[in-house]
Design a protein around this ligand. Sequence first.
Ligand code: ASP
Length: 588
Amino acid sequence: MYRTHTCGELRMEHVGKQVTLAGWVQRVRKMGSLTFVDLRDRYGITQLVASDQDSKELNDIVASLGREYVIQAKGVVEERSSKNAKMDTGDIELRLMQVNILNKSVTPPFTIEDNSDGGEDIRAQYRYLDLRRNPLRKAIELRHKMGIEARKYLSSIGFLEIETPFLIKSTPEGARDFVVPSRMNPGQFYALPQSPQTFKQLLMVAGYDKYFQIVRCFRDEDLRADRQPEFTQIDCEMSFVEREDILQTFEGMIKHMFKTILGKEFNEPFLRMSYADAMEYYGCDKPDIRFGMKMHTITSLVQGAGFSVFDNAQYVGAIAAPGCADYSRKQLDALTEWVKRPQIGAAGLVYIKWGADGIKSSVDKFFSPEKVKEIALAAEAKEGDLVLILCGAKKKMQAALGALRLEMGARLGYRDNSVYAPLWVTDFPLLEWDDQTSRFYAMHHPFTAPKPEDMDKFYSNKKEDLELVNANAYDFVLNGTEVGGGSIRIHDSNVQERMFEVLGMTKEQAESRFGFIINAFKFGAPPHGGLAFGFDRFCALFGGQETIRDYIAFPKNNQGRDVMLDAPSGIDDVQMDELFIKSTAPVK
Ligand code: ASP
């Protein structure tokens, strides 16, 4: 037997017992006549101790130990003379009798400690060493627990976990596909699924009315910050449901996960907000509602006073930052520079300071003191607050003000990662017009049903009508992050065909790309709907972290590369020939 206990297990009750531990040497330090070894495994760290009085053989072995050596240590558990309250095993130590070196280690390229001295690149290259560190171990354990709890909950209410294929047909709608050449079908390619969307709908047609799967998805997108080309979803679908059934079922799952994993109970139903309100009051479709500081449209209130910047703007909006009336000139200048950055894109910033000594603004020349106060009140400001105003093109400035709101919220400490504010956002537009390609795209995906009351507009050939069609779609948003999204689906083959037509496909194109699903809908497709959660991000949020990378055992870097494997990489000519492919990439 390699070990009788783990390195995180021994306590006072074990004092006097002879035990054997196995693990990695974290560090060795000599203090007077004693040598201490910290031995680490997945479960914790236990202090081992040898004395100069012990045998020479034992002392020689202990002296030869290097960082990350794998050893087996036999000894007797003793009470420590100086206890360490910070360690779970800090009351005891293991008085060594025997040490076996199971494997040596070369010196690791960075320290395996909570705060490692290794930079991101080197840690990615030696991911298996990075994974030995506590923060990553905790992240991976949390992920495991979240998967288990989701499975337990869904299974307890009758869901079946069903696997769907990874080698599928390329359907260029949505993100770009990763493709896989088929050796047995020269010149033909599979695609890796961007999600199991069509399969789960076919499972509904097949009668499996409650489906889920914790499943890998693949999207060949330009990598924005903290996106992975392969990521995991908790993917779900149900039949004979309306939106309300879906929201309640999955609110139940989320609450179960909060309770079992974080010990947090949500007794009230999650808040709900329409897409239109989210844009109006938060400037984005995934509001962070951990704090207020709502946006207010003040366009009509401020226009007509002769201040041309406002008068010429399509939109003027304001927020009130609590307690910030004492912002200095310098702070305001810095904030102005912040909103002028290209990512935010505002032309400037107008402010109103509501101090104890009265109200001052950067537009006092144009507005009477009463009017300035009226504007401040419209932004829901009170004494002590700073009102920040942006103006310009509506969509762009709503987004800019939304970003400013988040920035101020962060500065004011309102975005505490241990606080959770869940939200359903509903009633998204069905379609998005793209000027460049001069066509509509599905805002969610082409299987999303229009709202029944918008059916007339859905069949209209006018762009203005189609733009107004709402979708029976919903997102689950947690702390300003979209964690899940889904919709009630189209289940009528005629409506589905109309959808492809609206998206600019000919009948033939729709038939060749999606004929399988249009056809399936002719064989008694039940009304159905579902959603999918971004599992990696869900885990990161539960872990109180911003980035998903720590929650994936072997992630890719920002360029979509696995630096440990050095992938992607070229393949040799024989393999290329076998697959009937040729590269046109420039030779490096
Ligand atoms: N398949 C969708 C997605 O990946 C989710 C859904 O509609 O269920 O976003």
